[in-house]
Design a protein around this ligand. Structure first.
Ligand code: AMP
Length: 396
C-alpha cells in the first residue's frame, strides 16, 4: 500500500509518498511560493534531486506537479497515480471535533472550516489541499490527521483558562495544544527504547523546533501541553514569545501606537530567541554567536532552556513524577548544548546526562548516565509516518 502524505501551508506544500510494506519514504519534496513569484518544486525520488522552477498558481497546480514528478520516467517512483492508495492530510486544528484521525467526508470538511476561526493561517490552506487532492485523485480515500487530536485527552483542569465560563461556552476558548502527532509518535517510540509499555510510563516530550512545545504524557495520553488556544503560548520559540502577561499587549499598543495586528506580528514573528538575541531565530546562529561572546545570544539560549526546564518541572509535578524526558524536532534532535542546559536544571528529578552520549545528532538513543533514574532520550520525530500509518489504519 502506498500513501501520499500532504502538508499544505498557505504558500507551500510538503509531501512524501510512503510505502507501507516497509514504511519507507519512496519520494519526498516541497513546493514553495505557491501563487507568488518564484514558485518551485524540489523533488527527491529516484536519481538526482529534481528542481522545477515554473509559475504555480494554486494548490491544485502544485499537487498536479507533485503527481507528475511521482510518475516521471527519470525521477519518479511509481508508474501510474493509480498506485497511490490514499492521501493523508495534516490538518492543524480539529477543535473539540476530533480526538483522532478520520476519513474526510463533507461533515469533516465542514468542521475544518468551523475551526478556521481558531487557526486562520493553517486550516484554510489545509482544506484547500484536501479539495485539490479530491479533484486530482478522484476516488482515492482522503484522511485527516489533526495536530490537536492527541491533546483531546487533557482533563478540564489542564485545558480550561481561568476566564468567565461563558467565553468557553460561546466560543470554545481553551487550551488545545499542537504538535500532537509528534508528541504521540515520540512517546510511543520512547516506550520502545525504555522496553516498557507506554501505558505504564510518565513521560515529558519536548518538541523543540522553530515552533516548540512540551507535553505531559501519562500512560500514553496527553494530560497537559504548553501550547494553548494558539501555538503562541508556552515556550520561547524561534520568533514567538510564548507565555507573557496579556496586559503587555495593550501597553505595547499604546506606547508604540500600533494596532492589534501589528502587536500580534511582534509576538509571533519578531519575538522569541530572535527578539532576545537580535541575531537570528535559528539556534545554530545563536549558538555560534553565544560561543563568540555575544551576551544577548547567550541570554536567548539561557532563557529558552530555562523555560523548557520550568515546563518539564511543572509536568513532573502534574504527573507526580516522571520516567523520562524526550527531546525531538530540529533542535531537540540536533542541539546538544540545549539538551545539556535543559538537563542541567533537572538533576533534582534524577536526570543525569552523559555528555559523551549527548554528543550526537538525530539518533534514537538514551543519553543518560547509568545511574539516572529519569532517562533523558533523543527520539527523532516522524510526523509524516504517523499520518501515513493513521491513513492506512483507517482504510482497514
Ligand atoms: P524544525 O522546526 O523542527 O525544523 O527545527 C528547526 C530548528 O532546529 C532551528 O532553530 C534550527 O536552528 C535547529 N537546528 C537544526 N539543526 C541544529 C543543530 N545542529 N544545532 C542546533 N540547532 C539546530
Amino acid at each position: 500500500m502506498k500513501i501520499l502524505v500532504l502538508n499544505c501551508g498557505s504558500s507551500s506544500l510538503k509531501y512524501q509518498l510512503i510505502d507501507m510494506t516497509n514504511e519507507n519514504a519512496l519520494a519526498k519534496g516541497l513546493v514553495e511560493r505557491i501563487g507568488i513569484d518564484g514558485s518551485r518544486l524540489v523533488h527527491e525520488g529516484t536519481g538526482d534531486k529534481f528542481v522545477l522552477e515554473t509559475p504555480i498558481a494554486d494548490h491544485k497546480a502544485a499537487i498536479g506537479h507533485v503527481t507528475d514528478a511521482l510518475i516521471n520516467a527519470a525521477h519518479g517512483v511509481i508508474k501510474n497515480i493509480d498506485e497511490i492508495n490514499a492521501v493523508g492530510h495534516r490538518v492543524v486544528h480539529g477543535g473539540e471535533h476530533f480526538a483522532g484521525s478520520v476519513i474526510i467526508t463533507d461533515e469533516v470538511k465542514k468542521a475544518i472550516i468551523e475551526c478556521a476561526d481558531l487557526a486562520p493561517l493553517h486550516n484554510p490552506p489545509n482544506l484547500t489541499g484536501i479539495l485539490a487532492a479530491e479533484e486530482l485523485l478522484p476516488g482515492k480515500p482522503q484522511c485527516g490527521v489533526f495536530d490537536t487530536a492527541f491533546h483531546q485527552t487533557m482533563p478540564a483542569k489542564a485545558y480550561m483558562y481561568a476566564l468567565p465560563m461563558e467565553l468557553y461556552d460561546k466560543y470554545k476558548i481553551r487550551r488545545y495544544g499542537f504538535h500532537g502527532t509528534s508528541h504521540r509518535y515520540v512517546s510511543q517510540k520512547a516506550a520502545e527504547l525504555l522496553g516498557k509499555p507506554v501505558a505504564s510510563l510518565k513521560l515529558v516530550t519536548c518538541h523543540l523546533g522553530n515552533g516548540a512545545s512540551v507535553c505531559a504524557v501519562d500512560g500514553g495520553k496527553s494530560v497537559d501541553t504548553s501550547m494553548g488556544f494558539t501555538p503562541l503560548e508556552g515556550l520561547i520559540m524561534g520568533t514567538r514569545c510564548g507565555d507573557i502577561d496579556p496586559a503587555v499587549v495593550q501597553f505595547i499598543m499604546d506606547k508604540e501606537k500600533i494596532d492589534i495586528k501589528a502587536a500580534l506580528d511582534i509576538f509571533n514573528k519578531k519575538s522569541g530567541v530572535l527578539g532576545i538575541s537580535c541575531v537570528s531565530s535559528d539556534f545554530r546562529d545563536i549558538e555560534d554567536a553565544a560561543a563568540a561572546g555575544n551576551k544577548q545570544a547567550e541570554l536567548a539560549l539561557d532563557s529558552f532552556c530555562y523555560r523548557v526546564a520550568k515546563y518539564v518541572g511543572s509536568y513532573a509535578a502534574a504527573m507526580n513524577g516522571i520516567d523520562a524526558v524526550i527531546f525531538t524536532a530540529g533542535l531537540g534532535e540536533n542541539g546538544k548544548i540545549v539538551r545539556e542546559k535543559v538537563c542541567g536544571y533537572l538533576t533534582y528529578l534524577g536526570v543525569q546526562i552523559d555528555l559523551e552520549k549527548n554528543n550526537v545528532r538525530g539518533k534514537f538513543v538514551d543519553i543518560g548516565k547509568p545511574e539516572a533514574t529519569v532517562r533523558p532520550l533523543i527520539v527523532p520525530t516522524n510526523e509524516e509516518l504517523v499520518i501515513a500509518r493513521d491513513t492506512a489504519e483507517l482504510l482497514k
